[in-house]
Design a protein around this ligand. Sequence first.
Ligand SMILES: NC(=O)c1ccc[n+]([C@@H]2O[C@H](COP(=O)([O-])OP(=O)(O)OC[C@H]3O[C@@H](n4cnc5c(N)ncnc54)[C@H](OP(=O)(O)O)[C@@H]3O)[C@@H](O)[C@H]2O)c1
Length: 342
Amino acid sequence: MINVAICGATGYTGLELIRILLKHPRVKIKALTAKIDKPVKISEVFPELLGTFEMVCSNKLAVNDVLKKGIDVVFLALPHKVSMDYVPRFLDKGKIVIDLSADFRLKDTRIYEKFYGKKHLQKKYLFASAYGLPELCSARIKKAKLIANPGCYPTGSILGIAPLLLKKKADLNDIVIDAKSGVTGAGRKAILPLHFSEVNENIKAYKIGVHQHCPEIEQELSNAAGKKVSILFTPHLVPINRGILTTAYVALKKQAGLSELVGLYKTFYKKAPFVRVYDEGSLPEIKNVTGSNYCDIGIALSPDKKRCVIVTAIDNLLKGASGQAVQNMNIVCGFPEATGLV
Ligand SMILES: NC(=O)c1ccc[n+]([C@@H]2O[C@H](COP(=O)([O-])OP(=O)(O)OC[C@H]3O[C@@H](n4cnc5c(N)ncnc54)[C@H](OP(=O)(O)O)[C@@H]3O)[C@@H](O)[C@H]2O)c1
């Protein structure tokens, strides 16, 4: 058994971590924290936990109390820029930290500072971090003390495109990604553009080419290609609670057949327990992955067979956040990768 703490327990990804870890056979939740002014029972914040889990959630100053509880692994489900301050306090005490924020994902701090608008104050920890996408980075994750859990849009985008780059099939200058996210992707805080009446019966594109997930996707796709990759990324907000559907258009170096490409993806993800590659003619839908840790992938071709169209679907709060974080915990702790997730 290992003992875990969740910082940011009162947010959407915090709740998902609680839900998963309560059923995980190798884990005991020992501490919860949030920004709240005074301690509160977590079941008061999330009444669905009434009678099943009534642990008291401490306020943000309680890091030392957390340390006293014999914690092995700390999940940071905190906003970007806040995690940065927490990571050293736990890492320096020998704890494993799984950070759901973006603070330790981008290796180039100039890019972090440009997209997140804050100076990176913990550079030495950045270089010790592993990017936590298990299907591509498990060798590094196994040895890491700090795991930078990927963003939700990057998870669906990278899993969809990386096989073509690793197998040298893609023209690196022509990659377009169009993604649609449900509203929980922006967290639980109340902000005007996320009010029901703003989102309901509406779909909108935003931050075209300048979204903070662009450099993260480019960083990991460049690692896969072994060369610099540039993308054009357009996110959309759609009126659903959870889920991301991503459609990526990748120009091929030469014409290819659909069965060849589907075969390439099926072989590539043969041993990945949470990636399901669809047969020819079938495409993923958000409702097929909601509530699960799967990333579903479907492949199509343009009529001239020069462009591959990859569609992926994930639950942003699970494969795009908390499910993936537990997958990473399983890997780093030496448990079977799917423990507690199926
Ligand atoms: N939502 C997603 O789909 C998704 C996907 C991938 C990654 N992520 C990332 O995961 C992290 C958490 O996301 P979320 O959606 O769960 O956010 P959220 O719903 O807004 O929850 C944020 C949590 O952090 C706490 N918090 C906020 N400011 C704090 C501070 N200054 N000190 C200590 N605690 C503080 C909040 O406590 P209070 O409730 O007391 O304010 C809350 O528990 C973010 O970095 C996000 O970008 C989210």
